[in-house]
Design a binder for this molecule. Structure first.
Ligand code: C2E
Ligand code: SIN
Ligand code: SIN
Ligand code: FE
Length: 411
């Protein structure tokens, strides 16, 4: 139930206590910051019948207070940022750690009308309390405005908002720490992947991005949960990490590899497997399966182990379609870019041979979205297979690397 649509009604003390207990339980097991802020804002709106509720968090990097989750007119899905050292109410509460309760906000010289102006809202009564962690550090500000019955906020409202802030404080702190770790883990993975792809890719970023988007869509289309699909998405950039072990004269060879060279090339799966072996994190465990098995084929004719059918981990069966489709659509030193329609036809053709037929069926369903990812490429790529393009395009990619230098030797 949304508090904005319900008329203000009095709740019994027991009812409120139950709500608080339930709230405490719900937030204590929520590690996703976005979700947590959403639950908190919802709870505040429900317990205090108000026209607007905003949860601000401090961002110590930018010295700002920001709010993503804001409920009420004009604020749905809006991000607001106010300077921590500003003179507005929110900034003052964050700096002093003291509650501010205004019966008529516009009469207080500290009140900044910026947010109201941007969101076409008229704040009347307003209550803002600090959000603190266990050691009393201010993490942000809870703000509510315009009590539904038109009266100013009273001591009782202050008490409830402070209580909610106290309950939420440590949950928010934990979620923030968790998010920081998660973000830095993904950053590290991504940079590691860029390192591996750096030498033989024209456009590492879009290559890694496209493969991870396709894997994610495929995983969802295969019926995996959002969580599993995200794991696959985040792990996918590492699938070719084993290429770091290959010498330039093989990895960057402009023409066809000899059978001997291809044997060496195949070892990138084994190296990848070794690099990621025994990892503790789920994302690296997923990356391990992908890097080791992404060149296995459904019919058993792939490498390195010749696994067949469902012996191949699902993650790898998904990734291989994304990898091959992307490899075909773009330029490589050894091959021209194929038109997406031909790459698509190839994937369908290889159903039951290279690829899991169920994954190919899923790929068909997501293809309309996949095609859009490559729409801007096609004719603008160097070495495009059909070579139809006459006028050079603005979005031309950089020309292929010249492979004339002898490969690097360590001193
Ligand atoms: P990659 O360039 O990322 O290609 C990944 C996979 O996409 C290939 O795995 C293959 O299944 C598919 N693929 C790429 N280009 C083509 C193509 O023109 N035709 C067809 N039918 N499939 C294609 P594969 O073959 O196991 O190769 C693994 C890696 O070995 C490739 O990764 C690439 O780095 C390298 N490689 C393969 N063939 C050659 C080659 O002739 N010359 C050079 N320099 N490298 C090659
Ligand atoms: C203020 O910081 O002065 C109030 C801004 C708001 O309405 O959120
Ligand atoms: C997996 O999630 O890797 C196993 C599921 C499957 O092979 O279908
Ligand atoms: Fe590979």
């Amino acid at each position: 139930m949304n508090a904005f649509s319900s008329p203000g009604r009095k709740r019994s003390a027991e009812e409120k206590l139950n709500m608080l207990v339930e709230f405490g339980a719900r937030i204590s097991c929520e590690l996703r910051l976005d979700k947590l802020l959403d639950i908190i804002a919802q709870q505040i709106s429900t317990m205090l019948d108000v026209g607007r509720c905003t949860v601000y968090l401090t961002d110590n990097n930018t010295h700002e207070l920001w709010s993503k989750i804001a409920r009420g007119k004009g604020l749905e899905h809006t991000e607001i940022r106010v300077p921590l050292h500003g003179s507005g109410i929110i900034s003052v509460v964050a700096r002093t750690g003291k509650t501010i309760n205004l019966a008529n906000a516009y009469e207080d010289p500290r009140f900044s009308m910026d947010v109201d102006m941007v969101t076409d809202f008229r704040t009347r009564s307003m209550l803002a309390v600090p959000l603190k962690n266990n050691s009393g550090q201010v993490l942000g500000v809870f703000q509510v405005a315009n009590k539904a019955d038109g009266s100013p906020f009273d001591k009782h409202d202050e008490g409830i908002l402070l209580l909610l802030a106290t309950l939420a404080g440590s949950a928010i702190e934990i979620a923030k720490l968790y998010q920081d770790i998660h973000v830095s883990q993904l950053e590290t993975i991504y940079r590691l992947a860029v390192t591996a792809e750096y030498r033989d890719q024209q456009d590492t970023r879009s290559h890694l991005k496209n493969i991870s988007i396709i894997s994610y869509l495929l995983a969802l289309a295969m019926g995996l949960s959002k969580k599993e699909a995200e794991l696959i998405k985040n792990a996918s950039p590492l699938h070719d990490i084993g290429k770091v072990a290959l010498a330039d004269n093989i990895l960057l060879k402009p023409g066809k590899l000899t059978p001997e060279e291809f044997e060496i090339m195949k070892s990138h799966t084994i190296y990848g497997g070794r690099i990621l072996e025994g990892a503790h994190s789920k994302v690296l465990q997923t990356a391990h399966k992908m890097s080791l098995y992404h060149h296995e084929k459904w019919n058993g004719k792939g490498y390195p182990k010749g696994l067949k059918g469902e012996e191949i981990p699902l993650e790898a069966r998904i990734l291989t379609i994304a990898d091959v489709f992307d490899a075909l659509c773009v330029f490589r030193v050894y091959k021209k870019a194929w038109p997406t329609s031909e790459a698509y036809a190839y994937i369908l053709e290889e159903s039951g041979k290279s690829f899991d037929p169920r994954c190919v069926e899923a790929f068909k369903r997501i293809y309309p979205s996949v095609r859009k990812l490559y729409a801007h490429l096609s004719v603008n790529q160097p070495g495009y297979k059909e070579e139809k393009s006459e006028a050079p395009s603005q979005t031309q990619l950089v020309p292929p690397k010249t492979i004339t230098t002898p490969h690097h030797k360590l001193p």
